[in-house]
Ligand binder design. Structure first.
Ligand code: MG
Length: 301
């Protein structure tokens, strides 16, 4: 066991009863972990101190990934709305739902940069998997990562060469953008012969705070694929896989592995001091204490 985990740290299953848990975000103001149960079309909240689980909202348009904005409101991906939306104290507004005259596929995961721009992935799971949204077509013909600037309303593709972009996160200084490729699990279950079927995390250099260049493979994830992941304050990447949370240092060397008994969709840091790792894994929510904290801008404040 590395120094990333306190002595005696053990994985705890704190709740079960979902079909497919995703989109965890720690909401410090209420001491709760908010997450999606996508096929049940609901958003759940787990209270850290009491262990109490409640349904935050139902019939939510099959929300998936979420994060906090700089102001503490919640930014989340909507499969049903094919959009990225904001939930501020229960009032939901659509922020952006298309590019160049086309609707998005089904935004999957989202991060907020320290300059307030919102970056998100747009694979097709929410329009090709009937249990995760509503049937639809891939209107712009591919699967991109987009940058949305709420200040001027601009929407720009920033990564176009990842087969099926899924989780994403910046390095602590935001000079790198990591993007997971879950192409090995195509949304309609059919592997196109002309696509590689990847299961890697890619990394890009970010220039001028907005241009992604020099894309390359950071690590290949086995078994399974990388879905959601987070970067800690030291630049380590904590990723989902089929059987464990795997932690890679910035050089791509695996330095920790935390076995989890269900396939992991996503994870996030939370708890009163930000060092509790919450893990959404298929039907359940797990957690384990760590010595790490999230590097993402909203959590640094
Ligand atoms: Mg995802």
């Amino acid at each position: 066991m590395s120094e990333l985990l306190p002595a005696g740290a053990t994985l705890e299953r704190v709740w079960t009863g979902a079909v497919w848990t995703e989109g965890p975000a720690w909401i410090a103001a209420t001491g709760t972990l908010r997450f999606s149960d996508i096929p049940n079309n609901r958003i759940l909240q787990f209270e850290h101190a009491t262990g109490e689980l409640s349904v935050y909202r139902s019939d939510v348009g099959f929300t998936n990934g979420r994060t906090l904005d700089l102001d503490g409101s919640v930014i989340q991906c909507s499969h049903g709305g094919r959009s990225v939306e904001r939930d501020r104290d229960g009032v939901v507004e659509t922020l952006v739902d298309g590019w160049a005259g086309h609707r998005f596929n089904s935004p999957n995961d989202v991060v907020v940069k320290s300059d307030g721009t919102i970056w998100f992935t747009d694979p097709a799971y929410g329009i090709k998997k009937p249990e995760e949204g509503y049937p639809g077509e891939v209107e712009y013909g591919d699967y991109y990562v987009f940058r949305f600037d709420p200040a001027d309303g601009s929407i720009t593709p920033v990564v176009m060469d990842v087969e099926m972009p899924n989780g994403l996160a910046f390095s602590p200084d935001e000079s790198l953008l990591y993007v997971a490729d879950s192409g090995i699990a195509p949304p309609d279950g059919v592997r196109p012969a002309d696509r590689p079927g990847g299961h890697s995390i890619h990394v890009y250099d970010v220039f001028d705070g907005r241009y992604c260049k020099n894309g390359r493979e950071f690590v290949e994830i086995n078994p399974g694929l990388p879905d959601g992941f987070r970067v800690d304050e030291s630049g380590n990447v904590w990723t989902s896989s089929a059987d464990s949370v795997q932690v890679f240092d910035p050089a791509g060397t695996r330095i920790e592995r935390i076995p989890v008994p269900e396939t992991i969709a996503n994870l996030t840091f939370g708890g009163p001091d930000g060092t509790t790792l919450y893990i959404t894994a298929t039907t359940s929510l797990y957690r384990i204490e760590t010595h790490a904290r999230d590097a993402a801008a909203p959590y640094r404040r």
